[in-house]
Design a binder for this molecule. Structure first.
Ligand SMILES: Cc1cc2nc3c(=O)[nH]c(=O)nc-3n(C[C@H](O)[C@H](O)[C@H](O)COP(=O)(O)OP(=O)(O)OC[C@H]3O[C@@H](n4cnc5c(N)ncnc54)[C@H](O)[C@@H]3O)c2cc1C
Length: 543
């Protein structure tokens, strides 16, 4: 039987014949039916890659050893953007000076995706787990993973973007197929359901997520299902509180739009924000949390010792305690043409679902923070030219050093200091940008403009009794002005007793996934303390 031409390659370069033999056996037995496996010495790796490129083959995974191997892997990045690249090291190699330094330098500069410990024996499952994860990641990047949904639409249209964002927010792997001219956009689900131009609620419901909402009572209501709300849901539900979680959209919040979260504890290779959200959602659900998605909280009042939240659909949820995990929303950029082209080339927040559609295109990113840096590096895998526009002289004051160094090394990414968007143009979708720099205005072709210039909290719907700082962030604990009771407020309690704040929406919070998740858990601990107080101490509440 001949192997189909498009079967992806799995290439390993190792100069030690004994190690090479063991790796060849291990990979051959597990993956030989699904990948073409090429094992070689380091000196042969380049010609194997040249041959693969000439044949138009996909390389799913390349492993190599030593400095020379790391250099070869670094140079592969632009040629095989969906390949995963691992530096093979011996067991305990990380503790050897030269090896450890090479791993750290290669990771920091984006030359490799991970280090892989050579197998030490037959059926080395630690080795195989690493290989499987790298192959899964490569499959996902090639857009070949299991598709829970197929968006059938003009891939660059606003609706396609909206549908992909909804699916990404729900953690559903998806692909886009071009629709026939004149056909309405549609989504085909893996079970065969076809939804014609569905709204977010219809899509969410069809995918089995809970959207039905009737007025009810609960112990703990969590508003917001980003990392802070999901964490509050996991701890609340697992610790015996009847817990309802309400979100205006899907699950994951901002984190759901992050292509790769590299600094979340316990995930050394990073973790897609959508996957993190999905895992947390399932965890909370298994503990019994009730989710009500696609419903926005619009009002809060106190009635009979309960906090009553009204939603935009008119339902009311009465809770003994409330955790506000509202996060923040992206700040908008103001220039002619941007509003009209939003979703059609102009995007707020970096959703990785757009990246593949930008293959070979020019992409501009506005913003100098870490999210802009991460977005640039992710998009540079696909786009031929990524430019980061910053108002200041550079990135040093706003971006982490490891990202600045990786960007410096990436030939596809350049920073344009003291440059801003003066206008956007395009017929139905972004085609050109006018850029204003100190030496004048330049018009450039652009397929996408990604705006990552910070965010604001949306707390304006809350009653006055919930104190906010000048930017609208919720003050908590002893920082909260206007505390109405004799007892001291709990650390995450707002100025309205029994209402707690967690995550990015809290004043002076650290804007990170880990801190949001941590504060969600802490808020639940405060909720337990609050509920254990005598009613007269908890209450009365100022109106
Ligand atoms: C592109 C990007 C990349 C990032 N990368 C990283 C990273 O690598 N590492 C890191 O640590 N952090 C990263 N962050 C920051 C991190 O995602 C946030 O700090 C974190 O998501 C905050 O969590 P949260 O739960 O407080 O709020 P959010 O994630 O903002 O979630 C808030 C939720 O509340 C819902 N909501 C708001 N108002 C209402 C309402 N009235 N009714 C119902 N629901 C409502 C929203 O729909 C949303 O789902 C990144 C952020 C972005 C945008």
């Amino acid at each position: 039987m001949t192997t189909p031409a498009r079967t992806p390659l799995l290439v390993v370069a190792d100069d030690d014949p004994a190690e090479r033999g063991l790796i060849e056996e291990e990979l051959g037995r597990r993956y030989g039916a699904d990948y073409r496996i090429r094992i070689c010495a380091t000196a042969e790796l380049e010609s194997i890659l040249d041959e693969a490129e000439a044949n138009g083959d996909d390389v799913a995974l390349a492993l190599a050893t030593g400095k020379e191997g790391a250099d070869l892997l670094a140079r592969m990045r632009g040629r095989f953007p969906t390949a995963r690249r691992g530096l093979l090291i011996p067991w305990l190699g990380w503790s050897r000076r030269g090896v450890g330094e090479l791993v750290l330098r290669s990771m920091a500069r984006g030359w490799i995706d991970l280090y892989v410990i050579r197998p030490t024996r037959r059926r080395d499952e630690v080795f195989h787990r690493t290989i499987s994860e790298l192959l899964q990641e490569s499959e996902r990047l090639r857009g070949e993973g299991p598709a829970g949904a197929i968006v059938v639409a003009d891939g660059r249209s606003v609706r396609a973007h909206e549908l992909r964002s909804s699916l990404a927010g729900l953690g559903i792997p998806h692909r886009t197929l071009a629709a026939a001219a004149g056909d309405a956009p549609a989504v085909t689900l893996a079970d065969g359901q076809v939804l014609t131009d569905p709204n977010a609620a219809q899509l969410t419901r069809a995918l089995g997520f809970p959207t039905e909402l009737d007025s009810h009572e609960t112990d703990l209501l969590v508003v917001g299902a980003g990392p802070a709300g999901l964490s509050a849901a996991v701890y609340g539900a697992s610790e015996g509180l009847r817990t309802t979680v309400l979100d205006a959209g899907a699950v994951g919040g901002q984190a759901g739009s992050s292509s790769l979260i590299r600094n979340y504890l316990g995930f050394p290779r990073g973790l897609g924000g959508g996957e993190l959200a999905q895992r947390a959602y399932q965890q909370a659900w298994l503990f019994g949390a009730q989710f009500r998605l696609t419903h926005r909280a619009v009002a809060l009042e106190q009635r009979d010792g309960r906090h009553v939240v009204r939603t935009d659909s008119g339902s009311e949820i009465a809770a003994r305690a409330l955790v506000l995990a509202l996060g923040v929303e992206y700040r908008r950029l103001d220039a002619p043409g941007l509003t009209e082209l939003e979703g059609a080339g102009v995007y707020y927040g970096a959703s990785m679902s757009e990246a593949q559609a930008l293959a070979g295109e020019s992409v501009y990113i506005v913003g100098g923070g870490n999210s802009a840096g991460q977005a640039a590096l992710h998009l540079a895998r696909y786009a031929c030219k990524v430019r980061i526009l910053v108002r200041g002289p550079g990135l040093a004051a706003t971006m982490s050093q490891y990202l600045i160094e990786t960007i410096d090394k990436d030939p596809n990414v350049k920073v344009l200091p003291r440059t801003e968007v003066a206008a956007a143009h395009g017929d139905g979708r972004l085609e050109q940008l006018e850029l204003r720099a100190p030496d004048g205005i330049e018009t450039v072709p652009a397929a996408a403009l990604i705006v990552l210039i910070g965010a604001n909290p949306h707390t304006e719907w809350l009653p006055e009794a919930v104190a906010r700082d000048e930017w609208g962030y919720l003050a908590t604990g002893t920082d909260a002005p206007g505390w109405p009771l004799e007892r001291s407020p709990l650390p995450l309690e707002t100025s309205l007793p029994g209402v707690f704040a967690a995550g990015d929406v809290r004043a002076r919070s650290v804007k990170r996934v880990a801190s949001a998740a941590g504060s969600g858990a802490l808020a639940v601990s405060d909720v337990h303390t609050y509920l254990s107080l005598e009613p007269a101490v908890r209450w009365p509440v100022r109106r």
